[in-house]
Design a protein around this ligand. Structure first.
Ligand SMILES: [Zn+2]
Ligand SMILES: [Zn+2]
Length: 155
């Protein structure tokens, strides 16, 4: 029986728990995410890093090249290579947890679709979820509670 807020890598070395619901959940259709996952998009649950508890194992960080030149560090299982989360822009206190590594990914649906300009053409987006051609202004899209949490994180 999966526990909705726990997840892990393919080989089971890495197990983790999200201590609270995420701030917001991105479905990113950009080409970098497509390439890095080998799939159509990535699902990222944005959450404060101190709310991600590692239950077992230790991740290894790999650096991804970025257009901005700012670091994008991906945390992987050293055994099986599964990417369990990443930190964009060198901001280590914010974690982008890979929703597909949760035991119950269906419990964490996307709150927004971004970079739809490179969305694969056969994907139909749900009409009730905001979608943006590129990035978006979180101040107008995130719920107030998440904005408050983000302010607490960044001061
Ligand atoms: Zn593993
Ligand atoms: Zn992306």
């Amino acid at each position: 029986m999966p526990i909705t807020n726990e997840g892990g890598c393919a080989c089971g070395q890495i197990r983790y728990r999200l201590l609270t619901p995420p701030l917001f959940v991105h479905c990113c259709h950009c080409h970098d995410c497509q390439r890095q996952t080998g799939s159509a998009f990535v699902l990222n649950a944005l959450i404060e890093t101190d709310r991600v508890e590692i239950l077992s194992g230790q991740t290894a960080l790999s650096e991804m090249p970025t257009d901005s030149g700012k670091p994008h560090r991906v945390a992987r299982c050293p055994g099986c290579g599964t990417a369990v989360w990443s930190h964009y822009g060198g901001i280590d206190k914010l974690t982008f947890a890979r929703v597909g590594t949760l035991d119950d990914p269906a419990a964490v649906p996307p709150d927004v679709h971004i970079y739809t300009r490179s969305k694969l053409p056969w994907i139909a987006l749900p009409p009730n979820v905001p979608a943006f051609e590129a990035y978006y202004d979180s101040k107008t899209v995130w719920p107030a509670e998440s904005l408050t949490r983000r302010r607490a994180l960044f001061g």
